[in-house]
Design a protein. Sequence first.
Length: 138
Amino acid sequence: MADRHRYTASLRVVSTELRLGELIAVLGEPTRGHDIGDPVSSRTSTKREHSTWTLDADLDRERPLDEHIDPLVAFAEVHRVQLAEIRPRCELIDIFCGVFANDAQGGWELSPALMQRLASLDLALAFDLYSTSEPTSD
């Protein structure tokens, strides 16, 4: 059966204590990031209260969710010691998954092996669900 969803996944590290430069020194270059004090957007004077280091899986959204998560878990396994060292100074270290649903049906699954790897790294999964279907007018 064809998958009804599309996916993205990212490893996120968020800290109100560590600066982006410190996170880069420990983990390497992120796909994207921002620093404490950076503007939230060009349309507001609000400043960011935390640093965020984000590594994207950067796969085609049509690929299964496991395939998006796997390279991020592999990165975390290689950087297990570094992540453990910075964890006390971070508010969040997780894997964020975007699920783009074509309709209100269907679901997804993760393999037990992948879930064991996530658990051994103490990595939570966060999911955001997005509807890509057109609203119906009744």
